[in-house]
Design a protein around this ligand. Structure first.
Ligand SMILES: [Mn+2]
Length: 321
């Protein structure tokens, strides 16, 4: 990978004129942490770079460096005619939300792909993909290491953010000897662990916790499936100011149940769908396979799907009808 790192660095320093840095749509801490750290690096080496995402980001991540520069207008692609597109934490450009914009460019750009998903399609002209890494920011940390670059405290905080959010603050099975070592190196470089924890984790609203309360009160254990699940109805959300991130929070929290290996939250959405969020902490279960059975996908430990329908309580058990 050292050679790939050098090729990417060479392309950026000698050939790239206008670079766009793309976190995937509905960015999480990992994709936005990676993208903002990379933007910081590009600015440092004097490269003209723009931060673009198909959607906005949650206010919980607005502390990340350069997050205020995030643009969502697709017209910027035709205006600026980027020659290099850097995509972070996305298995393919469609997931990133960038495919249409790439197609809108007059000249085919060079694509740089940084990721840690095992489903990555190696879609880039340069692919820096390490599926053993806990986060894309860990991948990026390795990239900088290969180049002999040490992150400053701004970059270290951005990189540490992705590592902490993708490992559940170093608690889920993605946590490894190498992710802890990377975390330690990033803290030594000035990464602000406490600030990240305050912004991304100790940030629950009263309404979010009320919603958790509803979800927890409906928990059902299915011993035969090794599954704990719960449901959230559209009516539960009425009068509560909650985000999709708050729901993901419930799914992650259910992962701490000791009685079962798989947890699931089923949530009715405003547009008549039921969204499922699946989690496991065990290595021998792949929840992306279960999600795939419903037309969804994701990671081995965290996956999701959407099906049309609504939730109904049938004989003390919630089903999708
Ligand atoms: Mn990630």
């Amino acid at each position: 990978m050292q050679e790939m790192a050098q090729q990417i660095h060479l392309h950026l320093t000698s050939r790239a004129q206008r670079v766009v840095v793309v976190p995937h749509k509905n960015p999480d801490g990992d994709t936005l942490g990676a993208a903002t750290a990379f933007l910081h690096y590009l600015r440092g080496i004097g490269v003209d770079a723009t931060l673009w995402c198909k959607t906005g980001t949650s206010s919980a991540l607005s502390f990340l460096p350069h997050a205020d520069e995030l643009r969502s207008d697709p017209a910027i692609w035709t205006d600026r005619q980027f020659d290099t597109v850097c995509i972070f934490d996305s298995g393919d450009p469609v997931f990133a939300g960038a495919q249409d914009c790439i197609n809108s460019l007059a000249k085919k750009p060079r694509i740089i792909n940084f990721d840690h998903h095992f489903t990555n399609t190696q879609f880039g002209d340069y692919n820096f993909v390490q599926t053993s890494a806990a986060s894309t920011t860990e991948v990026l940390h390795n990239y900088f290491n290969y180049l002999g670059l040490s992150p400053d405290s701004t970059m270290a905080t951005a990189l540490l953010t992705g590592l902490m959010t993708d490992t559940g603050n170093f608690s889920n099975p993605a946590t490894s000897e190498s992710s802890l070592r990377t975390g330690s190196e990033l803290m030594r470089a000035g990464g602000n662990y406490t600030a990240i924890l305050n912004y991304t984790y100790r940030n629950k609203s009263t309404d979010a916790l009320k919603l958790w309360g509803i979800a927890l009160s409906r928990l059902i254990i299915k011993k035969d499936l090794d599954l704990a699940y719960t449901v959230l109805l559209r009516s539960d959300m009425a009068g509560l100011k909650v985000t999709d991130g708050d729901i993901e929070g419930v799914a992650n929290f259910l992962n701490s149940i000791g009685e079962t290996k798989i947890s699931m939250v089923l949530k009715e959405t405003q547009d008549g769908m039921v969204k499922g969020s699946l989690r496991t902490t065990t290595n021998d279960i792949d929840v992306s396979e279960i999600a795939g059975g419903f037309g969804g996908g994701g990671h081995k430990k965290a996956a999701g799907f959407s099906v049309r329908g609504r939730l109904e309580n049938v004989a003390d058990e919630w089903r999708i009808v």
